[in-house]
Every structure is written in C-alpha cells, then in structure tokens.
Design a binder for this molecule. Structure first.
Ligand code: ZN
Length: 440
C-alpha cells in the first residue's frame, strides 16, 4: 500500500512482537556494540509533534497528559541503608513515560519503595548449556520463593503516537516501518545519554537479535530484551479514579540473562511501588538448576511457539519441543478444559461431598493438575485456579490435611504471580465457588 504525499497519518510508533528477553547466545560483536545512530530513512516527512528533548520538558505548558516525558526513577538504597546489597549496581531507571503514568507513580506514598530482596542470594549468573550466559539456582528453592528483584535500566512505552506528515512522493509500508524505528531510536538515544556510564555499558552489552531489520542499536536491544508490563495512568484531575493502564517495556540487566524454556520454572511480576520486576520460582528448583522463563505464550502449540521464538534467533530444545505430538495433545487438553465452578458448588451443596459428582470433578481437576505439571506449565493461571478449587472442595468435604496442602500450594502460587490467596479466593467466589461459611 502506498500512502499519498498529501495525507497526514497518525502513526503508532509501536512494536508488535512480544517483547521478552533473548538468551545471551551470541557474543556481542563490535558492530552490535556500536551505538551510533542509524541514518535517517530516505523518506521526506515531518512530524507535527516532534519528539525531541526540548519537547519533553515537563514544565512545558503545552503538554497534554498523553505526551511523553523523560524521567529518572532514583535509586532507593541511599534512603534505606539497612537494605541488603543489590544484585546489580544499576538502580536508577531512565524512563520515557506519559504524564498520566508519572502522575500515577507520584501518587504512591513514599515512591519509590526499596526493592524487595531474598533473605540470601538465590541465583547466580554462569555459562549455560544453552549457549552464552544463563541464570542458575544458588541454593534449593521452593515454589513461591523470590529469586531476585530488579529495577529496569530503561523503560519506554510499547507504543509512541506520532502525527506524521509526508512532504513529498509516496511511501511504502516498509519505508514507514523504517521511519517508526528511526524515530524510536532517536527518542531512546536521549534516555541512553541520561544513563550512568555503568548502566549504559550494561545496556549495550546485551544482545540484539534485531540488527538486520532496521532497528537501531538501542531499539534493537529493547526489542530483544524488554519485558512487557502495565502501568496505571492517573488523570491530572486527582478526583478521577485510576482505572486505565498503559503498556510499557522495561529492559533489565540481570533479568535479561534468563534463558527461555517452554517449561519455565520462574515467572515475573511488576511491583509498582518499588518500580521493579520481581522474579519468583513457580515450582521447586534444585540447587544448580538453570532458571528459565517463557518468552512466548506457553499454551501455544509447538509450531506456533517456534514461530513466535524465531525473531530471537534460536530454536528451543526443551523436552516439550522435542516431543511435540505428545506435548501438543496435553497442552490442547489443558487449554480446552472448562472450569466447573458452579457444577462443583452445586454438587457440594446437594451431596455434602459424598456423592460421585464431587469425586468425579475432583478427579478431573487432579488429572488436569498432573497434565500441567507434566508439561511444566505451573506459570499458567489454570494451575493456580485448580489449586484454589481443590483447596475449597477439600474444606467442604472435611479433608483438612489435603485442604491444608492445597492451601499452601495455592498460597505459594499466588505469591509468585504477584497476588495473594485471598484475592484468588475472591475471584473464584465471583465465579460461583466459595469456601464453606464456617471457614470465614
Ligand atoms: Zn521448547
């Protein structure tokens, strides 16, 4: 499609691919380490609201809440001298935020909070059998244990709106994509310039798997290593409630070292008060085992996962990828299972737990749990839901020992997902299944 020169286009400076880290498989070459700007695309265009540092000054009276500003989230170690030492020396985060998001963060009392740390170091970085560096368990870990927390080095919005005006000729989609990447690189160059030398060196030491597609050195690394997360946005009118969120991408130093698996043993959550990612174990991990995370939607079929992983430039060799037929059948069954909250609640109320209805449903859920464990998919919300349902059902039928065991597993799962058991119980309750009233 060609766009005529006279038309003005509202261009979304967004990256459509999943933004998750890539393993440090290849060494950083000199070429990749070159932070020089890419040349401006050969398209005659102008942007109505140019994004240059002078337009990102917060005191500009013409700024609207959706406009972007550069912001530095400071280190909190100075304000919390009792905090154990950091995993990483980089705690100042350079951000490109909307005024809306900045306003929401500033409304958090005592922002930014100290970063949560495990009582003793849980992980270490070493050479991985997958190639390059990886992260490993420094001690035996249990599901729900905090591995580490990290404030990202650099944060930018997933989408940056631009009003682009073509000044002559026409432009193809491919040329337009180059404009988008170029403008994004220019925007992020200022963030990199604001970083400390240590942070900038750490950022440029990351691998870029987008060196050949028109991404500049900074955007390439962000697209390869960025973790997606949401920030609330708060209207500048403080009486409005905080309901909307915006999508951001954050690049971590340590977090970027975690390699991919379709059977991940860790998960991450973004903690707004400390402006940090928290990484948790989702199942028990032996000392020395590699920590893994999924870069793609884990319930996809093997061919779909492999296609989604292609931009990262490696092929997954996990046991699910090596036995795709069996794995795809199991993942399909996990995906197709329809939760039976109302049915199980009805069975519990009408049969007091002794009838075959409850037993049958419990067996079905336990079979689902086994499938999920077999596929190493404890990160999925289905795993947590099943644990909560089994906890509730066992409370109803008076099997206290089993109830306690499921309660503990559900509690640990909820922590790893940045939630808590009470919130998960409330969610299940809204779906029609609640604890017996004597349980409170
Ligand atoms: Zn795999």
């Amino acid at each position: 499609m060609n766009w005529s020169s006279s038309s003005k286009r509202f261009l979304t400076l967004g990256i459509s691919e999943t933004l998750t880290p890539k393993p440090a498989i290849s060494k950083v070459t000199n070429e990749q380490n070159d932070a020089s700007s890419p040349s401006k695309p050969n398209v005659n265009y102008d942007i109505q609201k140019p994004i240059s540092p002078s337009h990102l000054a917060q005191d500009d009276p013409k700024l609207t809440p959706q406009d972007l500003i550069y912001s530095s989230i400071p280190s909190t170690s100075a304000t919390n001298p009792t905090s154990p030492p950091s995993n990483t020396s980089i705690e100042v985060c350079e951000c490109i935020l909307t005024l809306h998001a900045k306003n929401a963060l500033e409304s958090i009392p005592d922002f930014p909070h100290p970063i949560l740390r495990p009582s003793k170091p849980a992980v270490r970085i070493a050479t991985s059998r997958k190639g390059g560096l990886g992260m490993f368990a420094a001690r035996p870990l249990r599901a729900g244990d905090l591995l580490f927390s990290e404030r990202p080095m650099l944060v930018c919005p997933q989408k940056i709106p631009l009003k682009l005006q073509l000044l002559g000729g026409s432009v193809t989609d491919e040329e337009l994509a180059k404009v988008v990447l170029y403008e994004r690189e220019m925007l992020m160059q200022e963030s990199c310039r604001r970083m400390s030398k240590d942070a900038r060196d750490a950022y440029m030491a990351l691998v870029s798997s987008h060196a050949e597609d028109g991404s500049g050195p900074i955007v390439g690394r962000q697209r390869t290593n960025g973790y997606r997360f949401k920030l609330p946005c708060k209207s500048l009118n403080s009486s409005d409630s905080m309901t909307q969120t915006e999508d951001y991408s954050g690049v971590c130093d340590m977090g970027a070292r975690i390699n991919h698996s379709c059977r991940p043993n860790s998960t991450r959550t973004f903690h707004e008060p400390s402006f940090s990612f928290q990484f948790y174990a989702v199942r028990d991990i032996r000392q020395g085992d590699e920590i893994t995370i999924s870069y793609v939607e884990p319930l996809l079929s093997t061919p779909d996962r492999q296609a989604a992983l292609r931009p990262y430039g490696f092929q997954c060799k996990c046991s699910s990828c090596q036995h795709p037929r069996r794995s795809d059948e199991r993942r399909k069954s996990i995906l197709q299972y329809v939760p039976e909250y109302h049915t199980v609640m009805w069975a519990l109320r009408n049969q007091a737990g002794s009838g075959p209805g409850v037993k049958t449903i419990v067996k079905r859920i336990q079979a689902q749990l086994d499938l999920i464990k077999g596929e190493g998919l404890q990160t999925t919300s289905r795993f947590g839901e099943h644990l909560v349902v089994l906890y509730v059902v066992h409370r109803w039928i008076g099997k206290e020992k089993k109830a306690k065991s499921y309660e503990e597993m559900a509690r640990r799962w909820a922590i790893a997902k940045g939630s808590d058991l009470e919130r998960e119980l409330a969610r299940i309750s809204r779906e029609g299944l609640a604890l017996p009233s004597s349980s409170g």
